[in-house]
Design a protein around this ligand. Structure first.
Ligand SMILES: Nc1ncnc2c1ncn2[C@@H]1O[C@H](COP(=O)(O)OP(=O)(O)OP(=O)(O)O)[C@@H](O)[C@H]1O
Length: 550
């Protein structure tokens, strides 16, 4: 039998299979029902008691302890294992409790009373497991891993359970956050209890604070020297946004929260760098480590945000370099993304210890607050017509328009720049300051339509984006989920329109699956198409420009 307490979950498969009928009774529609249902559970705990008595390790543990107390063979065995300092599997299994006090009792007590106490304790433990399972079900939280900490019922619990400092709670209140989001309910306790974590939750569901909060809580004092926490983001824009969010939550506390800028990476004098949280893209961090001998050996936290993007070829090598530079054996690593392909999970498992997996809702699906629509536009020329028509009918800014690459972004901008829609453009050919201005102006409402490549598809929190238009069909389901996830954030409603041409039809089914799995509707004929693998290379598209070649 494993020492790991995960076997407990095997023994108490009461939730769904063994006690399916009981579990079904505990389904409810809203939070108000919870208290009533929990009372029901308390009353009807006979089923758990019975199942508990049937558990192998309880039976064996109990009889072994009785034998050790009452028979000479048992007494001899007990003496031997005391000398060796070991306990048998069943006794150990019986003793796997949260409380070390109870463990001690198993090892030393010799009478039935302790057994009864342990059974009582175990029952309470199971009750807690069941309450947690029910609460998770209400919030669509799925977990796997051993001994997963209970989810948070409220932010106030952070104080009672983890002695959270008042400045953090004050800042949460100032930000207007009343309740933790589902990912925050589960990922925060996981990280606070010192467990590594890989997590997936829909776009706009508050993942940033789910990893920033435990870091700030655990750091406590400011750094005297060296870097204490590293957050990796795939783009500069996202790194800059995460730094800002981190500072908001740390307000009132003198933490050194730094963004790895080009200047900082080049300056190279990291020996006296005081840094509590360092946010960076992998490339800049790798550069700084190489050139400036930035030392990450004392970093206590490493977060890979948008982890599936970071694990893509092109970034993986830089990420690997950074992961290897974080040599502190007790470092706590975590991975977050709205999309978590199996391959990324497999890779993550190779670098993480005893990690807890947290999935909110359905893995790899779009946020349910976004109304999604597929629009046939015939050919490339049809797109421009459809876009203009949609703006003429109802332009509800801010609107984000995604295209396939920077050339097309420039072309579309040139077509639209003189129109009365306050357009702007962002892509990787612009300078850092131009990119920052494009983001700031869009956020401030100075521009209404932002034409963009995938540089802003991930993680960017533009809050009020009413509509995302995929002018060019995305090249993967994950890209689609992240692009449209720029709208419908933090529970708000959003809209996503995806143009497709004849050339895109073979790939429609991939997107149609995402739409239906998040509750949207798709014409029958699209669902009957066969799913086709995405091409390795993006399709060549005809120019957007209507200007004659000179
Ligand atoms: N508990 C909360 N209550 C209300 N709003 C919240 C809460 N936590 C975070 N938010 C807000 O929700 C918005 C989205 O959060 P965030 O950017 O962390 O989403 P995300 O899950 O990381 O999305 P993405 O997958 O696109 O990166 C932000 O504006 C943030 O301020």
């Amino acid at each position: 039998m494993e020492k790991d307490s995960s076997f407990l979950f095997g023994g108490i498969s009461f939730n769904r299979k063994k006690f399916a009928s009981d579990f079904n009774r505990f389904k409810w529609k809203n939070t108000a029902d919870l208290a009533e249902k929990l009372q029901l559970i308390e009353k009807e705990h006979k089923t758990i008691d019975n199942s508990l008595e049937k558990l192998e390790f309880v039976k064996n543990g109990k009889s072994e302890m009785e034998e050790e107390a009452n028979t000479s063979v048992g007494k001899k065995r007990k003496r031997k294992r005391k000398e060796k300092g070991t306990v048998s599997d069943s006794v150990e299994g019986f003793a796997v409790f949260k409380s070390s006090k109870l463990k001690k009792e198993v090892a030393s007590e010799e009478n039935d009373q302790s057994v009864n106490e342990l059974v009582e304790g175990k029952k309470e433990y199971f009750r807690q497991l069941e309450r947690d399972a029910i609460f998770r079900k209400m919030h669509n939280i799925h977990v796997s891993g051993s001994n997963v900490p209970s989810p948070l019922h409220s932010f106030a619990e952070l104080r009672s359970r983890y002695k959270c400092r008042s400045y953090l709670l004050r800042n949460l209140a100032e930000l207007g956050f009343k309740e933790p989001t589902p990912i925050q309910r589960q990922a925060i306790p996981v990280l606070l209890s010192g467990r590594e974590c890989f997590a997936s939750a829909p776009t706009g569901s508050g993942k940033t604070f789910a990893f920033v909060f435990p870091i700030l809580m655990k750091l406590k004092h400011t750094s005297k020297d060296g870097v204490r926490a590293v957050i990796l983001s795939p783009t500069r824009e996202l790194a800059s946004q995460t730094t800002r969010e981190c500072r908001k939550l740390a307000k009132g506390k003198k933490f050194y929260i730094r963004l790895m800028t080009k200047q900082l990476a080049k300056s190279g004098d990291f020996s006296k760098l005081r840094c509590d949280v360092l946010v960076s893209t992998p490339l800049r961090l790798k550069f700084a480590i190489r050139k400036g001998k930035l030392d990450l050996s004392r970093a206590e936290f490493l977060v890979l945000d948008e982890s599936d993007k970071l694990f893509e070829p092109g970034m993986l090598e830089q990420v690997d370099f950074v992961v290897k530079a974080c040599t502190n054996p007790s470092i706590l690593r975590s991975l977050f993304s709205a999309t978590l392909p199996d391959i990324v999970e497999e890779r993550a498992r190779t670098i993480m210890h005893d990690a807890v997996r947290v999935i909110i809702g359905r893995k790899n699906s779009a946020s349910e607050t976004i109304k999604q629509k597929l629009v046939y536009v015939g050919s490339e020329e049809g797109k421009l017509l459809a876009l203009r028509q949609s703006f003429a009918e109802s332009l509800n800014p801010p609107v984000l328009v995604f295209v396939q690459n920077k050339e097309r972004a420039k072309e579309l901008y040139d077509e639209l720049k003189l129109e009365d829609i306050r357009p702007d453009v962002i892509h990787s050919d612009l300078s850092q300051i131009q990119r920052e201005n494009a983001v700031d102006n869009f956020r401030a409402g100075k521009t209404w339509v932002l034409i963009a490549t995938d540089v802003v598809a991930r993680g960017m929190d533009f809050k009020g984006v009413n509509c995302v238009i995929n002018y060019d069909f995305p090249d993967a389901a994950a890209a689609y989920i992240h692009r449209i996830g720029r709208s419908g954030r933090a529970g708000r409603r959003g809209e996503a329109i995806t143009f497709y041409t004849e050339a895109d039809i073979p790939f429609l089914r991939n997107i149609a699956n995402v739409i239906t799995s998040s509750g949207g509707e798709v014409p029958e004929w699209i669902m009957s198409l066969t799913k086709k693998k995405w091409r390795k290379h993006r399709p060549r598209r005809e120019t957007i420009s209507t200007q004659p070649d000179i």
